[in-house]
Design a binder for this molecule. Sequence first.
Ligand SMILES: Nc1ncnc2c1ncn2[C@@H]1O[C@H](COP(=O)(O)OP(=O)(O)OP(=O)(O)O)[C@@H](O)[C@H]1O
Ligand SMILES: [Mg+2]
Length: 346
Amino acid sequence: MIHKPSQPALTPVPASAESLLNLRIKHTRIKQVINELNTLIYPGSQDSILLVIGPTGAGKTTLARYMVEQAVDGATPEMNTDAGLIPAVYVEAPSSGEDDFSWRLFYTQALAELGEDLSAPKVAYGIDPTTGKMVRPRGISPGGLAGLRTAVERCLKERDTRFVVIDEAAHIIRQTRRSRLEIQLDTLKSLANKGCSQIVMVGSYDLYQLVSLSGQLARRIHVVHCERYRQDRPEDVLAFTACVQKFQSVLPHLWGDQLVQYAQALHENTLGCVGTLSSVLTRAARFAEADGRWTVAALERALLTDAQRTRILEEILEGEAAINPSLTRNLPPIKTAKPHRNREAA
Ligand SMILES: Nc1ncnc2c1ncn2[C@@H]1O[C@H](COP(=O)(O)OP(=O)(O)OP(=O)(O)O)[C@@H](O)[C@H]1O
Ligand SMILES: [Mg+2]
């Protein structure tokens, strides 16, 4: 009888610093933003453009990707019966290095996400209503901008895409002269209308300028603030500390339970932004791994420098000052009709 050599017992490999990068904490602020977006994204919504605005490192990109994944997961039963269905897509607004925003690059990326064959020419074809023949509208060249745009509209419709996330949407603003901004946004608005999809624009506070461009646009835009956790709000302090605890629990062999005592210092240094917290802690964990053990010095080396922190804080304060008054929504006091005085009784 042949005995199989017994398998050596496998010792679990402890998680490394990189595992922090894969962590997705469903923290309070993210849950609030997701709930708001889920409420406002629905077929037939009049909010054709949703702006998700917040400070750098708040976790906006992570949130945007999660929204798309969630939409795809939620539509799995329908996708099994309709293979063409793509309920949501994520596109990063390209920074082309050109003076003007490159719609060509943007449409091309959107088409790739929509599973379109990019080698086929994109021409805005139509049907001549009198002859019933297929025609190519004059002035539109194969692969031209109008052709690409029509292809995106058609794909959004055919794929029954409920929403398109445009991350780094501030690139559209930064590469556009102020006088042309309204036209750019009109382009997106009509893309949403024709493709029957909602557009979720994600970016930093400068995106907020879009709201003040015109009344017509303002009516169709809803702003969702992906805010930092503030140190002057007790509930925010608790939620941020819970995030630090979560990061701590991923690498117990590295920092044991030593991390959470620095929650307040981390809150101060990262300005209450969970993405920035993730970057700082990943760096700290890598320094500790390189040193062969966890020390507070590793954490100190990983923190944002004063100069970095000051710059980010300036941007946040400026952004919050711009956005906060305009997020104020007031219901005018209801005027109750004065009771008629009964003349006879008077
Ligand atoms: N909820 C979360 N849980 C764990 N890690 C997170 C979470 N959100 C973000 N991170 C981490 O923080 C990093 C930065 O986050 P993200 O890129 O989403 O921030 P952002 O707000 O888009 O920043 P920017 O404005 O600079 O683009 C990501 O690499 C991600 O790994
Ligand atoms: Mg981002």
